[in-house]
Design a protein around this ligand. Structure first.
Ligand code: HSE
Length: 440
């Protein structure tokens, strides 16, 4: 049978890996897919780079629309990224009846509803395994492997750049700015790392996983997102003394009131596997009612790991493209007419536990006042750590750090009590609040 014909938009790192892996494993891939898969056309503004990536026998063009207009192309791979031209090209490819494979988490997390609806109407597939956690087949696991389950929650380290930075901060006791510069020098962090360090990239990924886990529309605008830029080395150290590591987690959870959807630094017990995911690696923990807790670990970025996910999508489409559209796997795991209207909760309604650090005057009654306000608000304390004033502020210091771990509390209640605590004359600096997830 004739090979399925693929057009590639964007000949960068992942595109190059896709060519290499398709070529190296072509025989095995063909035996799995039932027919050959061949990239026959590549579009990139840098045609010299595209030519180098594609090798002989592949048509190279500067204009992506030539690929979309080619009637021989069955599948378009979009590896341009961003919400701009990539969105137009994906919608045009769908309108032209092409199946689409994309690694573009930003595009799908923000415009997924429009894109999936267009694909559904046209009877084509939009596959995006490479958009979440690179080479880890987490979309496949959530959408198919765990399909028997009512998923309760998932939590993931889904941004390698920030995990690398946090690992280095903990290992070397360095502050955020120093490690970021080092990460950029080593090529881990982009020249503009904003999306990574501010939690936006993780927000895109957890939005997609949440939609698949709970059958809700993608709603990036409702996700609560905090990055790691304000984390101090000191808090990483105190967390460690209390038996925790700090990770940037993407979390989504089903609760009686609605869906939690959030990204923020979190204390995780050091004994959890997730706490021991170090460097640029990614991992996602998913808890289903039948299966219990499952863990998926691997490389979340890079040329061949991401190509592994892109090619898995190519194989899926090759197997399924002749199937009746009703018999394909739905984009978001649930059929479009059977989606849930569960609402995404505002952050004030989230219930979790907290690490609080207060720089206080080292004098009688301060601890009692602080714990008294927490008690009045109904917030129960799990542990308290108080440092020697000398250790915190040097010899003769009259200030100290008071670290409090709470039991579960409603975020809105915590916000109110933090405002009261902050107003105390004995609380000398802005209070540090980091959420804590037991993941049990
Ligand atoms: N920039 C991402 C990361 C990889 O650091 O994990 C692509 O999503």
């Amino acid at each position: 049978m004739k090979s399925i014909q693929v057009g590639l938009l964007g000949a960068g790192t992942v595109g190059s890996g896709t060519f290499k892996v398709l070529q190296r494993n072509q025989e095995e891939i063909k035996r799995r897919a039932g027919r050959g898969i061949e990239i026959t056309m590549v579009a990139d503004l840098d045609t010299a780079r595209a030519r180098e990536v594609a090798g002989e026998g592949v048509k190279v063009v500067a204009d992506a629309r030539e690929v979309i207009a080619n009637p021989d192309i069955d599948i378009v791979i979009e590896l341009i990224g961003g919400y701009g031209i990539a969105k137009q090209l994906v919608l045009e490819a769908i309108a032209a009846g092409k199946h689409v494979v994309t690694a573009n988490k930003a595009l799908l997390a923000v415009h997924g509803t429009e894109i999936f609806a267009a694909a559904h109407a046209k009877g084509v597939m939009v596959a995006f395994e490479a958009a979440v956690a690179g080479g880890i087949p987490i979309i496949k696991a959530l959408r198919e492997g765990l399909t028997a389950n009512s998923i309760q929650w998932l939590a993931g380290i889904i941004n390698g750049t920030t995990n690398f930075i946090l690992s280095e901060m903990r290992d070397k006791g360095l502050d955020f700015g120093t490690v970021l510069k080092e990460a950029q020098r080593l090529g881990y962090a982009e020249a503009d790392p904003t999306f990574d360090i501010e939690g936006v990239d993780a927000g895109h990924k957890v939005t997609l996983m949440s939609a698949i886990a709970f059958g809700i529309p993608v709603q990036f605008d409702k996700a609560h997102i905090e990055g790691i830029t304000k984390l101090a080395a000191q808090d990483i150290k105190y967390a460690e003394q209390l038996g925790y590591r700090i990770k940037l987690l993407g979390i989504t959870k089903r609760t009686a009131k609605g869906i939690e959807l959030r990204v923020h630094p979190s204390l995780v017990p050091s004994k959890r596997l997730l706490a021991n995911v170090e460097g640029a690696m990614n991992a996602v923990v998913v808890h289903g009612d039948a299966v219990g807790t499952t863990l998926y670990y691997g490389k979340g970025a890079g040329s061949e790991p991401t190509a592994s996910a892109v090619i898995a999508d190519l194989v899926d489409i090759t197997r399924l493209h002749t199937a009746d559209t009703a018999h394909r796997v739905p984009h978001l795991a649930f059929h479009p007419d059977a989606m849930s209207d569960l609402k995404v909760l505002p952050m004030t309604e989230v219930v979790t536990s907290y690490y609080l650090r207060l720089r206080v005057a080292d004098q009688a009654g301060v601890l009692a006042k602080v714990t008294g306000l927490l008690a009045t608000a109904g917030i129960s304390i799990d542990a308290v750590l108080q440092r020697e004033a000398d250790e915190v502020g040097g010899e003769g210091s009259t200030q100290t750090d008071l670290i409090i771990l709470t039991h579960d509390a409603r975020e809105g209640t915590v916000n109110d009590v933090l405002a009261e605590l902050q107003a105390l004359p004995t609380v000398l600096q802005p209070i540090v609040r980091i959420r804590k997830e037991e993941l049990s």
